[in-house]
Design a protein around this ligand. Sequence first.
Ligand SMILES: NC(=O)C1=CN([C@@H]2O[C@H](COP(=O)(O)OP(=O)(O)OC[C@H]3O[C@@H](n4cnc5c(N)ncnc54)[C@H](O)[C@@H]3O)[C@@H](O)[C@H]2O)C=CC1
Ligand SMILES: CC(C)CC(=O)C(=O)O
Ligand SMILES: [Mg+2]
Length: 346
Amino acid sequence: MSRSINLAVIPGDGIGQEVVAQGLKVLSAVLPQDVKLETKEFDFGAKRYHATGETLTDADLDALKKHDAILLGAIGDPSVPSGVLERGFLLKLRFAFDHHVNLRPSKLLPGVATPLAGQPEIDFVVVREGTEGPYTGNGGTIRKGTPHEVATEVSVNTAFGVERVVRDAFARAQARPRKKLALIHKNNVLTFAGHLWTNIFNKVAAEFPEVTTEYMHVDAATIYLVTQPERFDVIVTDNLFGDIITDLAAAVSGGIGVAASGNINPSGEFPSMFEPVHGSAPDIAGQGKADPSATVLSVALLLRHLGYDSEAARIEDAVSADLAERGATPRTTDEIGDALAARVSG
Ligand SMILES: NC(=O)C1=CN([C@@H]2O[C@H](COP(=O)(O)OP(=O)(O)OC[C@H]3O[C@@H](n4cnc5c(N)ncnc54)[C@H](O)[C@@H]3O)[C@@H](O)[C@H]2O)C=CC1
Ligand SMILES: CC(C)CC(=O)C(=O)O
Ligand SMILES: [Mg+2]
């Protein structure tokens, strides 16, 4: 039986272009010959915005919808006002394709440097809600530009949206050996949203008696992520807290250059999208300094999502071996991509 992957590729801005090229290189190298890989590149990002004023149109969404999955580099450029591409492209796409499970694993691989003392066992996954919270664009400003300006940014939390992501996190915790789930919020202050999350979390917990649960406020969680990261197994949290703590989680688990993510639409109604946790890093763009490992590991998440488990594992092993053997001499983005492609095909 011949198999195929019809992949939408969005390199995006800055280092997005550089790292996606490596992700594709490794993907082509790992796939068996009977799997037909078809890729279609989309030019979303700053260049297209400057040329056309468009970020993401309905026609674009229709075109993207036809694919099995999406591989994204990163979006955002200093030449475009902050938020235009992030809201107008990235969040619009995540919302339109109902990517409500934003999956961000953090694993400190053997021999990988961490700023933490010793070599703690870090192996947890953050299930970040991806379509609600303060990222929905509900809010506004009055008396703009005056000393009396007032700006609001409303956090939207629906029982439906919270329950489905909490259920997903419980199911993931149940399937992992340690079976632990932490809810991270700030329910001592954000009482409306926080109590909704806590009540739903406790209700769903009753259906998963094998899962050990804990609650912690997000400020305290940032302490434990640094002082006791081994304590975490699965974390569930809202869109904003999840965004922030996963950069921190990346920093303690080998760095932002190795942090992968999946924006999952669990029903399969829309293609899921895989991307590194990092952004377009304009400070290092075009210099060949970006670590493509996060994108390559995102390709592994993509493959696992599509049922190519052994190919995903080969990529993860290759990255793990590459990181363990990384010497002090810096390599270019391209060189790391070549080394990973050689490992998965060797
Ligand atoms: N998913 C996306 O497309 C995201 C886009 N952004 C956008 O990216 C732009 C830059 O955002 P920043 O806040 O600077 O975050 P960033 O993640 O792009 O960069 C933060 C720091 O990490 C470093 N870094 C990032 N990726 C790296 C890699 N692969 N290898 C080595 N170092 C790496 C950068 O050089 C920088 O020092 C903004 O326009 C932002 O809105 C930010 C986060 C996610
Ligand atoms: C650029 C934002 C819209 C998103 C972000 O920082 C993230 O998803 O990690
Ligand atoms: Mg982020």
